[in-house]
Design a protein around this ligand. Structure first.
Ligand code: ADP
Length: 491
C-alpha cells in the first residue's frame, strides 16, 4: 500500500509531545510491514535539523492557491531516521512556520489551514496518488474536506482518509477566513451542523469536526478513550458528531517504538539492561543521582515526565512531589509548561527546593534527559485528568519503572493494578491504579507502590519485570491500522 501521513509533528525532528512519537513510530512500523510511507510536515525554523538526513530542495515552485491568490512555496525532502519526509516551506510575509515554536500563535488556525492546503496541493501537483492519506489531529482536519469537496474532481477520486484524533481538547476553531483561504468558498454550505459548523459556537467552523464528518475512518488512540469520547464530556462538544458517525469511529491503542525506547539499545544510557540484567538499572539510578546532584541512595526514585498542563493533573503532580518526599523517597520531575501561570508556579517550587538533595525539577523539554530518567526511576506517576492514550506509562513499563496512574483513557488499557485488578491474573499485573482525582486517590496508589518497594523489594522487582514483559510495541497497533486502511480502500 502507498500511505501518506500528514501531521504537524514527527519525532525526533519535530516533537512537542506524544503526537510526534506516534507519527514516527507508526510510519516505521508500516514500512517494516512492506508498505510505502511518506510524510508531509511543516518546515519549522525551530525543528531539530540534526535529526534530518539529506535535506534538500525537492520541489522549488509549488504555488498554493490561497485566498484567491497563489503563495509561492518550496518543498524540501529529507529522511528522519529512515522515514521519507517532505517539508512545506512557504515564502510568504506571514512566516507561518518561522515563529520559534510549533504551536501557541494567535493565528494557529490559519497556519495549519495553510499547511493543509499546501500538503494536498503538493500531492495533487506532483501526481502522488496514495491509497490512503492518514491525517492527525485538528491541524489536518480540513484535508479530507478539501479532498472530497475539491480535489476529488481533479483526479484524486480514489484516495481514502483515515483521521486520528490524539487530543479532543484542541479542535481548530476558526472562521470564514480559513474557508476562503483554502478555497472552500461556499460558506453557507459549510456552516451547517452536519458539516463544519462548531457544535457550540454557531458562528465558527471546527477543523476537527470537518475531519470526523468527511474522513472514511476516524479513531482516537485507545479503546477506552473512544468510549469516553462517545459517552462522557471529554470530547469537548463533539460527542453528538461522533454519535452520528459511530459506524466509522473506533479506538486503536498507540504503541511505542521499541528501537527508540529500548533499555538494552538506548544510546543515552550508560548501563544497558533488559529483564535478565535488571540489576544494571541501579547503576543508571546512581548516575542520574550524581548528575542531578541528588543524594546517592537506594531510596525509591519517583518521577514525572510530561507537559505541565491541566490535562496532566498538575495539582496531583505537585502533591506527588511532596508526598514522595514525606515518605522518604526521591523525586525527579521533567516537564514544560506552556501556560505562564504554571510555569511560574513550578519555577517557584524549583527555587524553593533547590537545596533539597532528594528532589530535582527540570523545567523544559529535554529528550536525552527523559531517557536517563526512565532508566533510573523506580516509579513513574501519571495522575492525568484525562489521557487519550499516554506514552509515558508505556515507556516506564519498558524501562522497569512501575507506573502509578489514574484510571482514565489509555491508562485503563495499559496499566493493571497489582492488588485489585479484576481482569488480570497476579502475574499479568504491572502497576498501581487509582480512580478519584484527588490527593487521597493518588496516595492510595502511590503509597502502596512505595510500601511495596520498601517492605517487599522482591515483589516490587517482580512487578517491575512483569511490566517489562508487556508488548506495547507498534506490532499490534500496526496490524490494526493496516486492517483499517484495507477496510476503507475496499469498502
Ligand atoms: P502528550 O502527547 O499528551 O504530551 P504522551 O504521554 O502521549 O503525552 O507523550 C509524551 C511524550 O513526550 C513522551 O515521549 C515523553 O517522554 C515526552 N515528553 C513529555 N514532556 C517532556 C519533556 N519535558 N522533555 C522530554 N520529553 C518529554
Amino acid at each position: 500500500m502507498y500511505i501518506v501521513q500528514i501531521a504537524s509533528e514527527c519525532a525526533p525532528a519535530i516533537k512537542a509531545g506524544g503526537l510526534g512519537d506516534v507519527v514516527y513510530g507508526l510510519s516505521r512500523e508500516l514500512q517494516l510491514r512492506g508498505h510505502c510511507v511518506e510524510l508531509i510536515l511543516p518546515m519549522y525554523d525551530c525543528m531539530r535539523y540534526d535529526h534530518i538526513w539529506g535535506l534538500h530542495e525537492a520541489y522549488r515552485d509549488l504555488f498554493v492557491p490561497w485566498d484567491g491568490q497563489a503563495v509561492h512555496c518550496a518543498v524540501f525532502c529529507g529522511w528522519v531516521h529512515g522515514s521519507l519526509c517532505f517539508f512545506i516551506r512557504p515564502h510568504s510575509a506571514e512566516n507561518y512556520f518561522d515563529r520559534g515554536h510549533y504551536y501557541g500563535a494567535r493565528d494557529d488556525d490559519m497556519r495549519f489551514a495553510f499547511f493543509s492546503k499546501a500538503a494536498i496541493e503538493f500531492l495533487h501537483i506532483t501526481n502522488k496518488r496514495p491509497d490512503v492519506i492518514h491525517c492527525h489531529d485538528w491541524q489536518t482536519g480540513l484535508i479530507p474536506v478539501m479532498l472530497f469537496e475539491i480535489y476529488k474532481y481533479h483526479g484524486m477520486g480514489t484516495q481514502r482518509v483515515c483521521y486520528t484524533i490524539h487530543n479532543f481538547k484542541h479542535q481548530g476553531i476558526s472562521g470564514i477566513n480559513a474557508l476562503r483561504g483554502t478555497g472552500l468558498n461556499n460558506e453557507a454550505y459549510y456552516y451547517q451542523q452536519d458539516r463544519l459548523q462548531d457544535n457550540f459556537n454557531h458562528g465558527a467552523i471546527n477543523f476537527m469536526k470537518g475531519g470526523i464528518v468527511y474522513s472514511n475512518f476516524v479513531n482516537t488512540v485507545s479503546p477506552h478513550h473512544a468510549w469516553e469520547a462517545r459517552f462522557t464530556d471529554i470530547s469537548y462538544g463533539l460527542s453528538s458528531t461522533l454519535e452520528i458517525h459511530q459506524n466509522k469511529f473506533g479506538g486503536v491503542l498507540n504503541g511505542i517504538d521499541y528501537e527508540v525506547w529500548n533499555p538494552m539499545l538506548d544510546k543515552f544510557i550508560a548501563h544497558p539492561y533488559d529483564i535478565d540484567t535488571f540489576d544494571e538499572k541501579a547503576k543508571n539510578k546512581k548516575d542520574l543521582q550524581e548528575r542531578l546532584g541528588l543524594e546517592v541512595s537506594n531510596k525509591p526514585l519517583v518521577c514525572f515526565i510530561g507537559r505541565l498542563d491541566e490535562q496532566k493533573g498538575v495539582p496531583l503532580v505537585h502533591h506527588s512531589m511532596y508526598y514522595s518526599l514525606g515518605k522518604g523517597c526521591q523525586f525527579v520531575l521533567l516537564g514544560s509548561a506552556t501556560e505562564q501561570r504554571l510555569n511560574l508556579k513550578f519555577w517557584h517550587e524549583k527555587n524553593y527546593l533547590t537545596t533539597n538533595k532528594n528532589i530535582h525539577l527540570e523545567l523544559g523539554f529535554n529528550e536525552e534527559l527523559s531517557h536517563l530518567i526512565y532508566a533510573a526511576a523506580d516509579i513513574i506517576v501519571v495522575p492525568s485528568n484525562y489521557e487519550p492514550c499516554g506514552l509515558t506509562q508505556m515507556i516506564g513499563l519498558r524501562y522497569g519503572a512501575v507506573p502509578v496512574v489514574r484510571a482514565v483513557g489509555g491508562l485503563v488499557n495499559t496499566v493493571f493494578d497489582w492488588d485489585y485488578d479484576p481482569e488480570h491474573l497476579p502475574e499479568e499485573r504491572n502497576g498501581f491504579v487509582f480512580n478519584d482525582p484527588n490527593e487521597m486517590g493518588l496516595e492510595s496508589a502511590l503509597g502502596r507502590a512505595i510500601d511495596l518497594y520498601e517492605k517487599s523489594p522482591k515483589l516490587f522487582r517482580q512487578l517491575a519485570l512483569q511490566g517489562m514483559n508487556y508488548d506495547y510495541s507498534w506490532n499490534h497497533p500496526g496490524q490494526q491500522y493496516v486492517g483499517i486502511y484495507d477496510y476503507i480502500r475496499y469498502k
